[in-house]
Design a protein around this ligand. Structure first.
Ligand code: NAD
Length: 471
């Protein structure tokens, strides 16, 4: 059993004022594997005060001092790779393909921030003005459970690069990953108060951060619903926000696509991270003229996806993170059937050969129209919809007929045409015939998928305000 009893404030592990114990589960067994003592609003206030006290000195540090600090963070987080790997399998159920990435990404994203900081111009000239990029102040960093360690490191590295200090409120469900990252960051020997980590509930610690007049910036990754609540709270103090929210991304297969190349990419895009990915391509748009052919190939591919024990090397889809998430996925599969969609693979219940854990059957529906709940709502599980379109214009219209706009994938034989289609899709990131991730590019969403961008110079600028000086 894991017992996590302390939070991290002002450079020290301390017992929180909060006394609530929150159970941690292994989603592959549905068994309790530990408990975390949660911070409360008082701890949130203390962490903000520590970050505020550390801001004047940190904001005046040179680029070289910040790069050196980020390099120490990078080395310390990289050294905990194996511990992170075990934690993401144990508390999260990440299968091999995902867990390897989740264990290495936290250090990688710090390295990306170092490269961005090295190239960052803090002072530029605009006409007669000298424009100085100025750090905003204390940053509140709020992360979700689906890649907790990576989001902590990415947001913190960008905030510190900009000269901000930080209060981090990680997801209460990812306390093992948070503990490992906190120990690593402590070992990086940054000045006390520059970063503080208080694991607690969203409606206590999260609300304290998003309403606080001494927090100048919120960087949040999580659901669109919580993002709206944070935006409302932030309005009171004009707190700047970056919001990375949900998605219902389209995979648009053009009529000239090579089926052998398109199907593996479409299935991988839809089922990444066991379907629990903000960028998952869960709406697969196929040409009416080739509908039967794509249905058959997709059905075979989804039915062949191994869902079960994350420690089995063959597993592609691991368990859902919680019983609540499992119930939500079951509910949407039932809703799809009730709405008249036709099941091509999967369905309700657990996959054969699994028991106890929160395992789901990778599921594929067809005869879906874009107004059905399964085509509109972010399910956050391995449930894919096939939607047929008549022509390219209708395909683009369906792709854009969503509240979200985080990511999209276009698959087609003529790459020039596929790129022209990509340009017409309203999403922060559109991939054409590839699933490659480019960490140097800005990341974020259109519409209800968020506000602002992370990564690269965009990510650092998000923690700053330009100041024009004329003399
Ligand atoms: P969530 O919104 O429930 O929680 C995210 C974080 O917000 C947690 O730390 C939670 O405790 C906190 N929180 C909850 N209520 C709060 C409040 N009122 N004020 C402040 N903080 C509060 O999201 P989740 O279930 O942890 O994560 C899944 C969601 O995250 C999905 O919708 C997914 O699409 C989204 N997500 C988006 C991205 C992206 O980059 N766009 C990446 C990963 C996940």
């Amino acid at each position: 059993m894991h017992h996590i009893e302390q939070v991290y404030i002002n450079g020290e592990f301390v017992s929180p004022h909060g006394t609530e114990r929150f159970d941690l589960y292994n989603p592959a067994t549905a068994c309790v594997i530990g408990q975390v003592r949660l911070a409360d609003a008082v701890d949130g206030e203390r962490a903000i005060a520590a970050a505020r006290a550390a801001f004047p000195a940190w904001s005046k540090t040179t680029k070289q001092v910040r790069i050196a600090a980020l390099q120490r963070m990078h080395a310390a987080v990289a050294a905990r790779h194996d511990d992170l790997l075990e934690a993401v399998v144990e508390e999260y159920g990440a299968p091999a393909s995902r867990s390897a990435w989740m264990a290495s990404y936290p250090a990688e994203v710090i390295a990306q921030a170092i490269a961005a900081l090295e190239a960052f111009e803090f002072t530029t000239v605009a006409g007669a003005a000298r424009v100085e990029m100025t750090p905003l102040g204390v940053a509140g960093l709020i992360t979700p459970w689906n890649s907790d360690a990576g989001f902590i490191c990415g947001k913190l590295a960008a905030a510190l690069a900009a000269g901000c200090t930080a209060v981090i409120k990680p997801s209460e469900m990812s306390a093992l990953q948070t503990q490992i990252v906190t120990e690593a960051l402590h070992a990086a020997d940054l000045p006390p108060g520059v970063f503080n980590i208080v694991t607690g509930r969203g409606d206590t610690v999260g609300e304290t951060i998003s309403r606080h007049p001494h927090v100048a910036k919120i960087s949040f990754t999580g659901s669109t619903r919580t993002g709206k609540a944070i935006l409302r709270n932030a309005a009171e103090n004009f707190t700047r926000v970056t919001l990375e929210l949900g998605g219902k991304s389209p995979t648009l297969i053009l009529d000239d696509a090579d089926i052998k190349q398109a199907i593996p990419l479409a299935v991988q895009a839809g089922l990444m991270n066991s379907g629990q990915a903000c960028v998952a391509g869960t709406r697969i748009l196929v040409p009416q003229s080739r509908k039967a052919e794509f249905e058959q190939a997709l059905a075979l591919a989804v039915a062949a996806v191994a869902s079960g024990d994350p420690r089995d090397a063959k597993t592609v889809v691991g368990p859902m993170v919680s019983e609540r998430q499992w119930q939500r996925v079951q509910g949407y599969i039932q809703k799809g059937l009730a709405e008249g969609a036709r099941l091509l693979a999967g369905g309700v219940g657990r996959p054969e050969g699994t028991r106890d854990g929160w395992f789901v059957r990778p599921t594929l529906f067809t005869d879906v129209h874009n107004q059905m709940a399964i085509a509109r709502d972010e399910i956050f599980g391995p449930v894919l919809c096939v939607i047929a379109y008549r022509d390219e214009a209708e395909a683009i219209a369906i792709a854009n007929d969503t509240d979200y706009g985080l990511s999209a994938l276009v698959l087609g034989g003529d790459s020039g045409r596929a790129r022209r289609v990509a340009q017409q899709i309203q999403a922060g990131r559109v991939l054409v015939n590839t699933l490659t991730h480019e960490p140097k590019a800005p990341f974020g969403g259109f519409k209800h998928s968020g506000v602002g961008r992370e990564m690269g110079a965009w990510g650092i600028s998000a923690f700053m305000e330009p100041k024009s000086i004329l003399s």
